[in-house]
Design a protein around this ligand. Structure first.
Ligand SMILES: NC(=O)c1ccc[n+]([C@@H]2O[C@H](COP(=O)([O-])OP(=O)(O)OC[C@H]3O[C@@H](n4cnc5c(N)ncnc54)[C@H](OP(=O)(O)O)[C@@H]3O)[C@@H](O)[C@H]2O)c1
Length: 301
């Protein structure tokens, strides 16, 4: 099993960095990124189709994990073409290459494919209707992979944070050191999800699919799965929980989305149901607050 090649695209992002560590026991990892050459990795720029094809054809992986994406939600409103190239076109090229090699493609997507009018967790069957360019571009990527078919898993996740990268946890911790008061949006509801748990769940899925003990047919499992921490909260409550751990916690005040205008519209409610993932793979992530506690504890390790 360990001679299986796993191509990991985007090894320096929040999820990719954790994946690089979590999938090590599962095969021979080849990491690829747009600055790959500087890090002794393969060069792959998702905005450069030839680089995608060259790396996949050269490596001939058994599994491709695409953790790279254009994730700057507000900038995407201006850089529409680039967002669509990276999030919409590139996944389709990966799916074509993957299908030629009969490779399993694991790709990540987002809650921002939903409009946010639900009052109960979105399932994989619920209608999509992204509010902004980022969500729309990620949806195009999902649809491109689905149209090509083959062996694929699209894992939609939400509100990703971790110990590195650009994320809400690190921003709140930084601001808590500088300010006495923080104003945070309280009318967007979702599930913060620790990047390490996304990576660990992905590794568990791969281990199951390639285990000699597992008899399911990968073909029948291809599809979209929601993969998030359990429970729900809003950014204001999430911020309060984060800064409560700081030396001198600032006051946190709730504001509305209307008080904090941003270029991209976000869904007011984007909690995802993880029932399909639990039923298919027996994997359930902990509640968001438990996961945050574990993540903050990881600083001490
Ligand atoms: N962040 C969230 O809150 C969130 C929420 C829901 C879903 N997701 C999805 O989860 C997945 C992982 O997100 P993340 O938070 O880990 O992202 P991230 O931390 O922003 O990392 C994205 C990675 O993509 C790479 N990348 C960007 N453009 C590229 C290009 N043209 N060619 C090659 N690599 C490129 C970046 O490379 P560099 O290191 O060179 O910059 C970076 O390492 C993505 O599919 C994202 O859409 C994220």
């Amino acid at each position: 099993m360990n001679d299986k090649k796993i191509l990991l695209i985007g090894p320096n992002g929040q999820v990719g960095w954790e994946l690089l560590r979590c999938v090590q026991p599962l095969g021979q990892i080849v990491a690829a990124g747009r600055n790959g050459r500087e890090h002794g990795q393969a060069y792959m720029d998702l905005a450069d189709p030839d680089s995608i094809r060259n790396v996949v054809r050269d490596i001939k992986p058994a599994i491709i994990i695409n953790a790279a994406a254009y994730t700057a939600v507000d900038n995407a409103e201006k850089e529409t073409d680039l967002a669509h190239t990276i999030n919409g076109t590139a996944p389709g090229i990966l799916a074509e290459e993957s299908q030629r090699l009969k490779t399993l493609l694991i790709h990540y997507s987002t809650d921002y494919v939903f409009e946010g009018n639900n009052t109960q967790p979105y399932t994989e069957q619920d209608a999509v209707n992204p509010l902004g360019v980022y969500g729309a571009s990620k949806l195009v990527g999902e649809q491109a992979i689905q149209a090509i078919g083959g062996h694929y898993l699209i894992l939609r996740t939400t509100w990703v944070y971790g110990l590195r990268g650009n994320n809400f946890l690190l921003t709140m911790q930084r601001l808590a050191k500088k300010r006495d008061e923080l104003k945070v949006v309280a009318d967007q509801i979702g599930a913060p999800t620790w990047s390490r748990l996304i990576a660990q769940a992905t590794a568990h899925i791969i281990a199951q699919l390639y285990s000699p003990l597992y008899s399911s047919d990968i073909d029948g499992l291809s599809g979209i799965y929601h993969l998030t921490c359990a429970g729900q909260t809003n950014w204001y409550e999430f911020a309060k929980t984060i800064v409560a751990q700081s030396e001198k916690p600032p006051r946190v005040l709730p504001i509305t989305t209307a008080n904090y205008p941003a270029p991209a519209k976000r869904p007011a409610y984007s909690v995802l149901s993880n029932a399909k993932l639990a039923k298919t793979f027996g994997i359930t992530l902990p509640a968001w607050d438990k996961a945050l506690e574990l993540c903050l504890g990881a600083y001490d390790v």
